[in-house]
Design a protein around this ligand. Structure first.
Ligand SMILES: Nc1nc2c(ncn2[C@@H]2O[C@H](COP(=O)(O)OP(=O)(O)OP(=O)(O)O)[C@@H](O)[C@H]2O)c(=O)[nH]1
Ligand SMILES: [Mg+2]
Length: 201
């Protein structure tokens, strides 16, 4: 399959609903703990080095970052800020949480959720919560066990089996899982296929 994401480009960063594109298209969100590797995964999918900003200091900006997929005008990838960080003032935190909950809970354009988890620390509370929210509102989720290059093949395979067993036990076919690495590019094609299918590309 030709890569439909190579032309992806930054569109906007929204911190309230007025800044969002019209809710009529197709969007896939990337969620995960701070530092899990969301931005790196987006870059790998799009074969770009600097599409989404990769950081060593996680968790400051609380915005939905939209990337457009030209020539389509209504297909977007959305980079969510990492959860698990509270380095912002309380009132901002509350505003952000309300915005995110509203968006995630009712955005029609949202077609699926990619949950990015460090393969060495999978299925933390927030990961489970996000997957649960997605399934509850009828969305499929796909888990990337990323930084798989940090483990040997056998160890990575064991984590994959355990996570797959747990998720398919709880959710059946609605939630899928794979190993991934933005570094070695392991699993990039597989992930891209899932996202492209959700976006009906
Ligand atoms: N070895 C290895 N390192 C990775 C991989 N993916 C990301 N990293 C590193 O992990 C760190 C965080 O990566 P990001 O892609 O910025 O993570 P993020 O989830 O977008 O982080 P926030 O946006 O701050 O929440 C960076 O130092 C990356 O270079 C991977 O597959 N393998
Ligand atoms: Mg990021």
């Amino acid at each position: 399959m030709a890569n439909p994401f190579v032309r992806a480009q930054y569109l906007l960063a929204a911190h309230n609903h007025r800044q969002l594109p019209p809710d009529g298209g197709f969007e896939v969100a990337f969620a995960g703990r701070s530092n899990a590797g969301k931005s790196s995964a987006l870059n790998a999918l799009c074969q770009q080095n600097a599409l989404a900003r990769v950081s060593k200091t996680p968790g400051r900006t609380q915005q939905l970052v939209y990337f457009a997929l030209p020539p389509y005008e209504d297909r977007f990838l959305v980079d969510l800020p990492g959860y698990g960080f509270a380095k912002v003032p309380k009132d901002l935190q509350a505003h952000w949480q309300a915005f995110l909950d509203g968006w995630f809970g009712s955005r029609d354009a949202l077609k699926g959720l990619v949950v990015v988890m460090d393969i060495r620390h999978p299925l933390k509370d927030y990961d489970r919560q996000m997957i649960g929210y997605a399934v509850n509102r009828g969305l499929p989720a796909h888990a990337l066990l990323t930084k798989a290059d940090k483990l040997g093949r056998g160890a990575a395979g064991n984590v994959l089996q355990a996570v797959r067993k747990e998720l398919s036990g709880a959710y059946g076919d609605t939630v899928s899982v794979q190993t991934f690495s933005g570094e070695s590019k392991l699993g990039v094609d597989e992930a891209r296929e899932v996202v492209a299918r959700w976006l009906e590309l």
